[in-house]
Write a protein that binds this ligand. Structure first.
Ligand code: FAD
Length: 473
């Protein structure tokens, strides 16, 4: 038997976007002396709440706590080939500092902690304790203001009243029972669709099921928020056939088992051949393109980093190797090739011609040093050092899915837009559920935008309810 419950505001999803929306709604209701019934629905149990946010270190593209990194808006526009919504990005830039101060006031500390990027074009500020600290801290605050969190509850259908405003939500609870929620406003913060193989195949295409999520949290994001809103006429945004990609060690089961040391080495495919300029740019600006190339262009969707003992001389190399699996080691290149299953003669030939193509110049691990290998295809633009100090080492690398780009089109308060660009009354989408990115991902912006637009949507939902007289005075 379906249970019926009444709420003023329901937020679906307890990641950074959902928790900031719920807390902001509760704070704004308090400011105007309204006692609102606010709930968060979360598919996972308490221990697994928070989807992607639970696993991220949450790098943020910030110069300091108050200012975004230089060229923030232009970088985001250029990376998207100008397809992203400029007004949305400008709103993000304008509100990033005040939102992080708000998160800080709740009890989260920020610092420039060491990152896995040994070279970087833009600064990265981090919350101490990562995304999980944000969820835990903000949910404690929200709980203090009366926000309820209902775990193991999956939203699957939304309902409209006669005027086309959101007024209900159907929810399945673990074990098979159902809830019917009567609601005034709905904030969708269900992440992307990386945990839904059918949608991944539909939008990303062939062999999408072979792309692992970068952490298990992504598996909870099955795209219902996006599909529910599309079923009532919502417009979409963001590049549906693309996802933010990261190169990881397929042997590792840990979250974000990244291999970011390859700029100091070479990458080869299963045939033992190089396929990319491993030193084209600082690592933060190029790892996504390399990961995508491994998936889209290489046989078996796999590459191998080939290096030698000199890698261990690079200061802080451990930070860039987040895998918990050891290097595959051999005294000769022929033996290394046998261990990783690539043709030995080709691997030897690739390494020999790479070594011969290295130009004179000083090696600097911490900046683009212009130490090139030329006359080979592809060339290497920086950090070209010979591979000749045995034992030789290899790491396998595959492309992982950090999050999907396709989502719902919203205005700068997170109001979901119809195909005719009018807000659908009472419906919001924030975080990965809102489509934003095209082309190359501007690193350190996803958690940030989840927080900024989550907070703005909570505030807007309260004023929407007040203005539409859905709140008793
Ligand atoms: C390992 C890793 C590293 C990352 N590094 C960075 C970084 O350094 N900087 C950065 O900015 N970003 C980073 N990201 C991306 C970033 O973490 C996410 O994009 C962001 O946290 C998404 O927040 P969200 O609230 O939109 O979604 P999520 O945090 O994924 O939360 C979505 C929630 O919705 C729930 N849910 C889904 N469907 C339903 C439903 N139908 N009903 C009820 N609940 C539902 C899920 O269980 C989940 O709790 C990283 C991600 C990972 C995994």
């Amino acid at each position: 038997m379906e249970k019926e419950l009444d709420y003023d505001i329901v937020v679906v999803g307890c990641g950074v976007a959902g928790i900031s929306a719920a807390l902001s709604a509760a704070e704004n209701a308090k400011k105007i002396n309204k006692k609102l019934k606010i709930a968060i629905l979360e598919r996972a149990n308490y221990d697994n709440r928070g989807g992607n946010s639970r696993w991220t270190a949450s790098y943020m593209r910030m110069k300091n706590l108050d200012e975004v990194a230089d060229n923030f808006v232009e970088d985001m526009m250029v990376f998207s080939d100008n397809y992203s919504d400029r007004e949305y990005i400008e709103t993000l830039a304008e509100n990033a500092g005040s939102t992080l101060r708000w998160v800080e006031e709740q009890g989260v500390d920020f610092d420039y902690l060491p990152t896995m990027f040994l070279t970087s074009a833009r600064p990265r500020l981090l919350p101490v304790g990562g995304g999980r600290a944000i969820i835990d801290t903000l949910s404690r605050r929200a709980g203090g203001l009366g926000v309820e969190i209902i775990y193991e509850a999956t939203a699957w259908k939304l309902l409209l009243d006669d005027e086309g405003s959101i007024n209900g939500l159907k929810v399945r609870v673990k074990g098979g029972s159902s809830l019917h929620l009567n609601i005034g406003a709905l904030i969708l913060a269900t992440g992307g669709f990386q945990g839904n193989q059918e949608m991944m195949a539909q939008y990303v295409g062939r062999d999408a099921h072979k792309i692992p999520t970068v952490a298990e949290g992504g598996l909870f994001n099955k795209g219902e928020g996006i599909k529910m809103a599309m079923s009532v006429g919502a417009k979409c945004a963001g590049q549906f056939d693309a996802f933010h990609a990261e190169p990881v060690d397929p042997r590792s089961k840990r979250e974000e088992a990244a291999v970011m040391t390859y700029p100091y080495a070479i990458l080869v495919d299963q045939n033992g051949k190089r396929f990319v300029d491993e030193g084209k740019a600082t690592i933060d600006e190029q790892y996504e393109a390399v990961a995508r190339k491994i998936f889209y262009d290489l046989p078996g969707h796999i590459a191998y980093m080939i290096s030698d003992q000199k890698m261990y001389d690079i200061p802080n190399y451990e930070r860039a190797l987040e895998t918990d699996k050891p290097a595959i080691v051999a005294d000769t290149l022929e033996d290394l090739a046998t261990k990783i299953g690539v043709p030995a003669d080709q691997l030897v030939e690739t390494v020999d011609s790479f070594n011969a193509a290295i130009q004179p110049g000083d090696f600097h691990w911490d900046k683009k040093d212009g130490k090139k290998a030329i006359g080979i295809t592809p060339p290497k633009s920086n950090w070209a050092i010979s591979i000749d100090k045995a034992p030789f080492i290899a790491y396998p690398i595959v492309c992982s899915n950090v999050f999907t780009n396709g989502g719902l089109a919203t205005d700068t308060y997170g109001c979901v837009l119809s195909q005719d660009n009018d807000p659908i009354p009472g419906l919001y989408a924030v975080g990965e559920t809102a489509g934003l990115y095209y082309g190359k991902y501007p690193g350190g912006t996803s958690v940030l935008r989840g927080l900024v637009f989550g907070r703005r949507s909570g505030e807007h939902a309260v004023s929407y309810l007040s203005n539409s007289k859905k709140l008793e005075v």
